[in-house]
Ligand binder design. Structure first.
Ligand code: AMP
Length: 214
């Protein structure tokens, strides 16, 4: 099953994708995570992406598309995958369709998680991630037992550079201008399912599973 998660930053795509990959035993392909990993390794791709990420802008299509095309050719994608944070522009969606058609494949479901901007700002600016294991917390909604320390592994919690208020505002503007048109794009293809991203993480997860089937 090949799935795309669509939705503004902070809608919960990453959290839900991490739960779904366990249920369906398929990889999560997050372009944002790929850029952050490349940056951690000080790879040229990471340095290049950082220029855009820090401003809340999108990394140019030609960089992202090539990266995802290579990733989709890997063996672990044969039984399906969850794309999280890609595509983010119509050009990326068209390139993905073309690449998949060449591979004799296609996207089965696009799940769009919808949350309003006021809620997103609150969510994103409070978000904290463990440097060691990647576990996610929230200063208000899911605080760790000890401030800035991961409950699971004791690692240090940090705030992503692009989760500060001014960068969050740019990311939301970029979403509205460049990514939102994809809702229409996939609706026309008849594979879009929208769900409200408000409520408990488990409730949203159950709604997604009921759409995708168990
Ligand atoms: P995310 O973790 O998905 O919120 O992505 C963080 C940042 O990485 C974004 O704000 C962009 O700068 C960059 N990025 C991630 N995925 C893409 C993409 N598909 N196209 C362009 N830029 C991306």
């Amino acid at each position: 099953m090949n799935i795309i998660f669509l939705g503004p930053p902070g809608a919960g795509k990453g959290t839900q994708a991490k739960m779904l990959i366990e249920k369906y035993a398929v990889p999560q392909i997050s372009t944002g995570d790929m850029f952050r990993a490349a940056l951690k390794d000080k790879a040229p791709l990471g340095m290049k992406a950082k220029e855009y990420m820090d401003k809340g802008q999108l990394v140019p299509d030609e960089i992202v598309i090539g990266l995802v095309e290579e990733r989709l050719k890997q063996d672990d994608c044969k039984k399906g995958y969850i794309l999280d944070g890609f595509p983010r522009t119509v050009a990326q969606a068209e390139a993905l369709d073309k690449a998949l058609a060449k591979m004799g494949s296609k996207i089965d479901h696009v799940v769009s998680i919808e949350v309003d901007n006021k809620e997103l700002v609150k969510r994103l600016t409070g978000r904290r991630t463990c440097r060691k294991c990647g576990a996610m917390y929230h200063a208000i909604f899911k605080p760790p037992v000890n401030k800035d320390v991961c409950d699971k592994c004791g690692g240090e919690l940090y705030q992503r550079d692009d989760d500060t208020e001014s960068t969050v505002m740019s990311r939301l503007e970029v979403y509205d201008a460049q990514t939102k048109p994809l809702i229409d794009y996939y609706q026309k293809k008849g594979i879009l399912k929208s769900i409200p991203g408000i409520g408990s993480i488990d409730d949203i997860f159950n709604k997604i599973v009921s759409i995708l089937g168990s």
